[in-house]
Design a binder for this molecule. Sequence first.
Ligand code: AP5
Ligand code: MG
Ligand code: ZN
Length: 215
Amino acid sequence: MNIVLLGAPGAGKGTQAEKMVKEYNVPHVSTGDIFRKAVSDKTEMGIKAKAYMDRGELVPDEIVIGIVKERLMTDEFKDGFILDGFPRTVAQADALAFSLGEMGKKLDMVLSIDVDKEELIQRLTGRRVCNCGKTYHMVFNPPRKDEICDECGEPLKQRDDDKIETVNKRLDVYFNQTLPLINYYKNNGLLRVIDGRKSASDVFEEIRGVIGVYK
Ligand code: AP5
Ligand code: MG
Ligand code: ZN
């Protein structure tokens, strides 16, 4: 199963990817997670990426494309993948199709998780994350103890790019640079639109229905 999760910042790509990994046992690649790890490890790539991420802008295509291609060629992804946050530009989508072709693979479907702007802003500004990878929301999915991770007991943090000014910029970038991919994947028949406004478990039920039919 080779799947792309498309959706605005805060649409629930990471939340649904986590459920899909459990259900289908397919590995997940999040370019945002890769960059955040590189930033915290202070690698050369992380230092470059941080400047763009802090401004809510996209990291340049030539950096992202190389990283994803390298990952997808590893053995871990030989039986499939769930891509979250990539592609985000038409150039990235073209590069992905080309690289998969070289590997004798292709995408099975692109799930576009659709959520309106007001809801996206609420989700992003209320999100809290833990170093262990768990994601919470102060209203929609709160931890049992205030600001403490249920899984590992560490204090939760807000992502640097979840401050309201950066959220607005990220949403503009999505509407200008990533939205054209909806038509791109509609035109090649891969697009499946998922109503992302429901609860996370109801959204997942819809995804299961769609994947079930096309498996
Ligand atoms: P990235 O990390 O990919 O961020 P994003 O696309 O902005 O998406 P998010 O992770 O913010 O949202 P999500 O859809 O995963 O939502 P989540 O499930 O967490 O990218 C960060 C940056 O890295 C970019 O700005 C860019 O600089 C760079 N980058 C990454 N990829 C790149 C690329 N390909 N090219 C160039 N640059 C790139 O949910 C959000 C919140 O809502 C959570 O609190 C969650 O608990 C809650 N929630 C989820 N679902 C529901 C629901 N159904 N109901 C209620 N609450 C919900
Ligand atoms: Mg995410
Ligand atoms: Zn934790």
